[in-house]
Design a protein around this ligand. Structure first.
Ligand code: F6R
Length: 228
């Protein structure tokens, strides 16, 4: 279903600007897009892709950097043009200025379809609980729970960075269409709070309720809770 939405978008939008999330949820989505490219010629040649977030403090070549994960799982297997994957420069001397630059780039793009996962604490991108609903691209500290959950992608738990650059909640809300995907029991509570609870900065993903064009794709386990 998610690949269908992405395929329709990249084949019909005049200048497709595609927002990419990273993480385990997106891996099968990227694998299916690669399959469609190989077997059916789905082309990404016109696509500009934009990262949702990126860790701070990793070497440029670190395989755990989100830019490199996107290259490994998607970009190198399809016909995304050279330089078509955009993101914040986490090695910039002035990180606040770099966040402002990326925010301006995103607003100028603007994103047509934004893929989103959700953290089990209700985060979207790296907007942790307490992030203002009007936040823009900025440097953030990662919560212990987020670092613990993402440790599975790193050689050791201590290797997970403590900070990241993330698009803000308002930045994400400026995309034309949002597609949020969640799988597994451990996402059920945050999904229920995001979709059925009040819109609150304590559940950053609840901000998607304010967006006029959202698709949420859940497996049965992620859909199993009701907001309390
Ligand atoms: C990553 C991102 C995060 C993840 C979320 C879920 O770019 O934006 O918000 O979508 O942490 O991660 P997974 O899919 O690994 O459960």
């Amino acid at each position: 279903m998610v690949a269908d939405l992405v395929e329709r978008f990249v084949t019909t939008a005049p200048r497709p600007a595609l927002g990419l999330a990273t993480g385990g949820t997106m891996e099968p989505v990227f694998a299916e897009l690669v399959r469609r490219h190989r077997e059916h010629g789905l082309s990404f040649a016109r696509v500009r892709a934009y990262l949702l977030d990126e860790y701070l403090g990793l070497d440029r070549e670190d395989p755990c950097a989100y830019r490199n994960a996107i290259r490994r799982l998607l970009a190198r297997h399809v016909d995304l043009g050279a330089g078509a994957v955009h993101g914040p420069d986490t090695h910039a001397a002035d990180l606040d200025a770099e966040c402002d630059r990326y925010e301006r780039e995103l607003r100028a793009a603007p994103i047509g379809l934004q893929l989103l996962g959700i953290g089990s604490n209700g985060h979207i991108a790296f907007n942790e609980p307490g992030s203002p609903l009007d936040s823009t691209t900025r440097v953030v500290a990662l919560r212990g729970q987020t670092r613990a959950e993402n440790a599975r992608f790193f050689p050791a738990a201590q290797a997970v960075p403590t900070r990241a650059i993330t698009q803000g909640i308002a930045t994400i809300g400026a995309a034309n269409q949002l597609v949020m995907v969640a799988c597994g029991e451990h996402k059920a509570d945050s999904v229920a709070r995001a979709l059925e609870g009040p819109v609150t900065s304590e559940v950053p993903a609840s901000a998607i309720q304010l967006h006029p064009n959202v698709t949420v794709v859940l497996d049965r386990s992620a859909a199993a809770s009701r907001a309390r």
